[in-house]
Design a protein around this ligand. Structure first.
Ligand code: PBG
Ligand code: ZN
Length: 323
């Protein structure tokens, strides 16, 4: 029996807007937000000029302007300052910056769609996205159980959407079950479904302090040339109940965005990742082109390929540009 549900994907005004296709617009932009556990922080991220790690006490400073300019969605990443361990206990501890930020944002901005990134890599001492076995490979079952608990905690804290970025097998089904058990059955799941093992995440790993201590993520993220494997990943996640799916990175994978858009009926998001942000920023700073023109062209490309919404660090600036 197919138990896929439709209600979580249309429970919020922004999600309802994303069910229809449309050109780049302010309500189709998602801003990734890094939240640290130092409440009064506004730390510049060196690898991503113009982006900051924000303390929970300064979120209004970060968001009042963008929300006034039409920002409709944020993607929250917690950046813990404290001790890390093998199971990423800090991800859903009551003091976790993600948990506290979600609660604070829910209160401060009632209409804003809150998407919570769900992963363990910023919270584990080894920096991998799941729980490891003694030989250093991922323990998929233990990881999925843990990720589902973290997702339920973020939903309970106020996330409208939980977005697993870990790439463990079959975590969407486990998260759906955990959400129901926690009484959060209306929370939507945005799966990082076609997430490739990409060098374009480099600046992010500095921002989130989530660089693996050893090895890399190629045993669980997709091989960059693996077009058919990416399609299988997306179809599997939709089958497990993903309400929205993501292709990541965006620009180097426009063919995948288009193919996914044609293959599934859920909204497709594209993530213009940290390395794409850095490339555009530095090229414009070096005089290669005008930043505004280049960013708008990159957004046109992602939407032309089939993205219903785009996650981009340029969101605060682009809100004015797309209008
Ligand atoms: C963590 C995560 C990563 C990104 C989003 N969530 C990094 C990674 O997988 O190593 C990348 C985002 C970006 O580069 O902007 N699982
Ligand atoms: Zn991760």
């Amino acid at each position: 029996m197919n138990r896929v549900e439709l209600h979580p994907g249309c429970g919020h005004e922004t999600l309802r807007a994303w069910q229809a296709d449309g050109p780049p617009a302010a309500d189709r932009l998602v801003w990734p937000l890094f939240v640290t556990d130092r409440d009064d922080a506004c730390e510049p991220i060196a690898a991503m000029p113009g982006q900051h790690r924000w303390g929970v006490g300064r979120l209004r400073e970060a968001l009042d302007g963008p929300v006034r300019n039409g920002l409709r969605a944020v993607l929250v990443f917690g950046v813990p300052g404290g001790a890390k361990d093998g199971r990423g206990s800090g991800a859903d501890s009551p003091g976790s910056p993600a948990v506290r930020a979600l609660a604070a944002l829910r209160e401060a901005y009632p209409g804003l769609l809150l998407i919570a990134d769900v992963c363990l890599c910023a919270y584990t001492d080894h920096g991998h996205c799941g729980i490891l076995q003694s030989d250093g490979t991922v323990d998929n079952e233990a990881s999925v159980t843990r990720l589902a608990a973290v997702a339920a905690a973020y939903a309970a804290a106020g996330a409208h959407v939980v977005a697993p970025s870990d790439m463990m097998d079959n975590r969407v089904a486990a998260i759906r079950a955990a959400l129901k058990t926690a009484g959060c059955g209306g929370t939507a799941i945005l799966s990082y479904a076609a997430k490739f093992a990409s060098c374009f995440y480099g600046p992010f790993r500095d921002a989130a302090q989530s660089r693996p201590a050893f090895g890399d993520r190629r045993a669980y993220q997709l091989p960059p040339a693996g077009r058919r494997l990416a399609l299988r990943a997306v179809l599997r996640d939709v089958d497990e109940g993903a309400d929205l799916v993501m292709v990541k990175p965006g620009g180097p994978y426009l063919d995948i965005v288009r193919e996914v858009r044609d293959a599934v009926r859920v909204p497709v998001l594209a993530y213009q990742v940290s390395g794409e942000y850095a490339m555009l920023h530095h090229a414009a700073a070096a005089g290669a082109f005008d930043l505004r023109t280049a960013v708008l062209e990159s957004l046109d490309g992602l939407h032309r390929a089939g993205a219903g919404a785009v996650i981009t660090y340029f969101a605060p600036q682009a809100l004015g540009w797309v209008r």
